[in-house]
Design a protein around this ligand. Structure first.
Ligand SMILES: [Zn+2]
Length: 260
């Protein structure tokens, strides 16, 4: 099982080494901005690296919204990131499930997701797995709780779609972690990546605030149990830089290897 961390995008391989990480996730642009990713000078080195690479799409992307001025650029930005992520040999592109605005029909949001994959298919399909991630907050989210996730996967139909399970988002979003993997897999059939994070916010608080694994409101044993059940690679998106994340990685490796 590959375990790694979300790191700064400037030199991801150095960040991986600093944490003894076997995988890294990073942004290819400003996560709060709409700029397309620039070609990376270290693309060849990244492609050749033994460390597994994952790219997180910008937070501003919301392909579900009924607002054309957000949805259309979101699709384009997602496709641009997919091309750039594939170009550096990334194993997956993670994107949040998105939401519709208050008063808008969530069914249209799910259909907008379908259209995003149909739009990509028209131009040859996404060049790497796109992993939709569950989110913590909001009343109109496409992937906060499993009832919405089931409707999203229904809408996506036969399109090839991956799933990234974030333990903080699930718990803060109002899903118990016990047996969560089975309940998710009954819907998605797969979990491609686990974001292993503790949560500063309480159960169903809706707060997306990550904490180190031995901090926060979640019993860390439950996070370990989720990882074991998922059998997927792990990325910690926890605070504390190389020291804090390195400790989280070491904690998981110890628990997962020794079975303690
Ligand atoms: Zn996450």
């Amino acid at each position: 099982m590959r375990i790694g961390a979300h790191v700064d995008q400037a030199d991801p391989l150095a960040e991986a080494a600093a944490r003894s990480a076997e995988a890294v996730q990073f942004f290819l642009s400003d996560p709060q901005g709409w700029k397309a990713p620039k070609p990376r000078e270290d693309a060849e080195r990244l492609r050749a690296a033994e460390v597994d690479l994952y790219v997180h799409a910008p937070y501003v992307i919301n392909v579900a919204t009924l607002n054309n001025r957000i949805r259309i650029p979101s699709r384009k930005l997602l496709l641009g990131h997919a091309a750039a992520a594939a170009g550096i040999g990334a194993k997956g592109l993670i994107v949040h499930g998105g939401h519709v605005n208050a008063g808008d029909d969530l069914a249209v949001g799910f259909d907008n997701w379908r259209k995003t994959f149909a739009y990509a298919a028209d131009s040859g399909g996404f060049p790497l797995p796109v992993l939709i991630e569950n989110t913590a907050g909001g009343d109109n989210s496409c992937a906060r709780r499993l009832d919405a996730l089931a409707r999203l996967w229904d809408a996506l139909g036969d399109h090839e779609v991956g799933f990234c399970l974030d333990t903080c988002h699930a718990y803060a979003g109002g899903e118990e972690l016990l047996d969560l993997v089975d309940r998710v897999k009954a819907i998605t059939g797969r979990i491609d990546l686990v974001h292993a994070n503790n949560s500063k916010g309480g159960f169903n608080s809706g707060h997306d605030r990550h904490d180190n694994l031995d901090g926060g409101t979640i019993d860390p044993d439950l996070v370990v149990a989720v990882i074991r059940a998922a059998g997927a690679p792990v990325i910690v998106e926890t605070p504390g830089g190389a020291a804090g994340q390195g400790a989280d990685i070491a904690f998981l490796r110890d628990r997962l290897v020794t079975g303690a």
